[in-house]
Design a protein around this ligand. Sequence first.
Ligand code: ZN
Length: 220
Amino acid sequence: MSALVGVRLDEARVRDEIIAFGRSIFDRGLTAGSSGNISVRLADGWLLTPTNACLGRLDPGRISKLDFDGKLVSGDPPSKEAFLHRAMYEERSGAAAIVHLHSTYSAAVSCVSDLDESNCIPPLTAYYVMKIGRLPLIPYFRPGDPALAEAIRIRARRHSAVLLANHGPVVSGTSLEAAAYAIEELEETAKLFLLLRNIPTRPLNDEQIEELKSVFDLAF
Ligand SMILES: [Zn+2]
């Protein structure tokens, strides 16, 4: 098998993986209508779900393929939120995939006043700490404002996940599976955070977090 055929087979596998995760995310109510988008980095660019596409009904042949400058190479026009993905990939060389959702509980947290902007959900569980670490809040920008990309860049240098104010989370991972599982853990923890509002709560302490960082080699 030539290297070129190998690359094409790999891309076909990635397209199928985007379809499977998109359907799974949609079927469980983590995205509504045509909101949310998924991307995966390839050797020669990246794949992104198209604009106005429902994640539950994606067509592998119509997924947008972009070059590293963000230009459309093939497929339908990309999501209008392509620039969020591009900003994160350019700052995080180890990011292989990104999932962005308007999922209910994370979006609800993004509207809460007086959040700690450097880490807007407390370390309630070990799994949240292991999958997300710290979650900075990105200030509100209108949809499509290029200043949002710059704000993401600043935070993405040190964080694999960010929460966009009055909008929703953007989560990167070393694989699509890792990014999808991390954003799902974030959504569940956002639910816990809201359930526990006004209830005296005991998050993990600094010592417990340092133990997780050293045992599981976490960088955040
Ligand atoms: Zn969005």
